[in-house]
Ligand binder design. Structure first.
Ligand code: ATP
Ligand code: MG
Length: 576
């Protein structure tokens, strides 16, 4: 469920925290954390978690840590750490001096493991990974005890010490918690807590050749940091008994784990593994490609942090998994850019238009409004001359019904300029295709109004041919053709549904000259076309490159309207 524009979205975690504060739980402290694993770039799903953890801390006068959950040296890299920090900062959140790494706790975690062994609550097991799986049982059948389960404390301490010292091969032994092989919860059937892995870690180097498992790391790290509310996604619900078991067994500070439904967004995928696959197999050039649902992709695409934060607030926080319509994300950025993006004119697929009765060497500077939504943004001057470009689409030699734009003999308005009338066309001799339009203009309509009150039915955008700048424009569309490309029911590989037209590059676009020094990353509305931003990677003074952030067509607003009308009909029926 998503909130309408008027009602705040429900967020059950906010209610839990408010209740805890009322009861003075944790002496009134609110301390959260955002715990990414540095094995990929952050995506819009992570943004939901970031907004939630940092947002709730802010709202309740608490603090939020950034903690890298770096317990798997085989997949983690420093470049991911850097990108994650950049993205969290860009979203507008500040962890101050609270940048932590689970790997900083390796020594402490090791001590905790030793403590469990001493208390008879952990043992070294020599079963292979496959055997451990076999012994685990199933959802309907209890597991079997490992033959190594009853090793003495001394033997366990000795073996664990030798695991640490590097005496054993990867996979030959593990440390397991001694809980209950008959538990209905598989996570409680003597889970592995330490494994041997002779791998270099990006922070601890070769200090360790045993690494703690995620479940043994997360809760204890929360505890060490004094986290009060450990917010995570729903797939950890079944791990909560284990989270609680470790903290109770170790008798250390006990944060509360709270699970919420992860964000799923239509027409894209939200798993780092799949996103990485798209890159490694060459479907997409990189993590920051503007089609990617990553924060860096959205940023490069032209999304604002405000629009992403708004989106995250709007979707609310619930306990049940659902799929959010990508139209809502697009609506959020459109709404934000509508308020702040300056309007400019650009022609994406130009056709030359010559005004026969306009003097050859004349140039006029016409006044144009920068943003009708915000008069404070002022006006600018744009050059008008005899030869212009307009959009090919805005002319039809044989106009179909309801086509009110330019056609032979027809008069239209040029935005901020004059009325023009089409009086002829020039054709390519070979193909017969129209390559140039000839028009006359009415000098009395300067600014776009006819003193005699005559009306036209269309207003076109344009640029002056000689004054405009060449530009490349990249039009992006959804990454996938199917709303849920990872739908397991149909069994097909998600890449089958990649949209072959997710990127269209137009290389002969023209933009008005005011864009000459447009800074990389700056955002504009191209009148009648959509919102665009200057590409931060490929745009330069020699070659302007724009990315289309979003079109002007708001499918979300339409969905809302239809839903509202349906509600009203429904209410009417109920009222009778
Ligand atoms: P992925 O499935 O993309 O690999 P992950 O859960 O493995 O994601 P982490 O780096 O462990 O990635 O995630 C950091 C935090 O972000 C976790 O608390 C996780 O629950 C949360 N998170 C990840 N994906 C989503 C999502 N789609 N919606 C909400 N929160 C998410
Ligand atoms: Mg994870």
């Amino acid at each position: 469920m998503t909130a309408t524009d008027s009602s705040p979205a429900p967020n059950f975690i906010r209610n839990i925290i408010a209740e805890d504060l009322k009861a003075n739980k944790n002496e009134g402290r609110v301390h959260t954390r955002f715990p990414p694993e540095p094995n990929g770039y952050l995506h819009i799903g992570h943004a939901k978690s970031i907004c939630l953890n940092f947002g709730l801390a802010q709202e309740f006068g608490g603090v939020c840590n950034l903690r890298f959950d770096d317990t798997d040296p085989s997949k983690e890299e420093v470049k991911y750490v850097e990108s994650i920090k950049e993205d969290v900062r860009w979203l507008g959140f500040d962890w101050q001096d609270r940048e932590f790494y689970a790997s900083d706790y390796f020594e402490q975690l090791h001590e905790y493991a030793v403590q469990l062994i001493k208390d008879g609550k952990a043992y070294v097991c020599d079963l292979s990974a496959n055997e451990i799986r076999e012994y685990r049982g199933t959802l309907t059948e209890p597991g079997k005890n490992s033959p190594y389960r009853d090793r003495s404390v001394e033997e366990n301490l000795n073996l664990f010490e030798r695991m640490r010292a590097g005496e054993f091969k990867d996979g030959s032994r593990v440390l397991r918690a001694k809980i209950d092989m008959a538990s209905p919860n598989l996570n409680m059937r003597d889970p592995v807590i330490y494994r041997i892995l002779h791998a270099e870690h990006h922070r601890t180097g070769n200090t360790w050749c045993i690494y703690p498992m995620y479940d043994f790391t997360h809760g204890q790290s929360d505890s060490i940091e004094g986290i009060t509310h450990s917010i995570c996604t729903l797939e950890f619900e079944d791990h909560r008994p284990l989270y609680d078991w470790f903290l109770d067994a170790l008798k250390i500070f006990h944060p509360q784990q709270i699970e919420f439904a992860r964000l799923n967004l239509s027409y894209t995928v939200m798993s780092k593994r799949m996103l990485l696959q798209l890159i490694e197999e060459g479907y997409i050039p990189g993590w920051d490609d503007p089609r990617m649902p990553t924060i860096s992709g959205l940023r490069r695409r032209g999304y604002t942090p405000e629009s992403i934060r708004n989106f995250c607030e709007r979707i609310g926080v619930a306990k049940r998994d659902s799929m959010v319509d990508i139209a809502l994300l697009e609506h959020s950025v459109r709404e934000d850019l509508n308020k702040r993006a300056p309007r400019v004119m650009a022609v994406l697929r130009p056709i030359r238009l010559v005004i026969d009765n306009y003097p050859e060497n004349k140039m006029e500077e016409l006044e144009a409004v920068n943003n009708p939504e915000d008069p404070g943004m002022g006006t600018r001057k744009i050059p008008f001359s005899r030869v212009l470009y307009i959009e090919q689409d805005d002319f039809r030699e044989v106009p179909p019904k309801k086509f009110f734009r330019l056609a032979p003999g027809r008069e239209v308005r040029l935005r901020y300029a004059y009325f023009i009338k089409c009086v002829g066309v020039v054709r390519d001799e070979q193909t017969g295709e129209v390559v140039e339009l000839h028009c006359t203009y009415d000098p009395k309509t300067r600014g776009g109004d006819a003193p005699d009150g005559r009306k036209v039915r269309a207003t076109l955008h344009w640029v002056s041919a000689a004054h405009s700048l060449k530009a490349e424009v990249r039009l992006y569309d959804h990454l996938f053709l199917k709303a849920n490309p990872t739908d397991e029911k149909d069994g097909a590989d998600f890449k089958t549904y990649l949209n072959p037209d997710s990127l269209e590059t137009l290389t002969s676009c023209r933009v008005e000259p005011t864009l000459k020094d447009a800074a990389p990353g700056s955002r504009y509305q191209f009148e009648r076309l959509g919102y665009f931003c200057v590409d931060t990677v490929d745009s330069s003074n020699e070659k302007l490159v724009f990315n289309r952030t979003v079109t002007l067509r708001d499918t979300w607003a339409k969905i809302q309207k239809v839903e509202k009308e349906a509600m009203e009909v429904h209410k009417g029926v109920i009222k009778g």
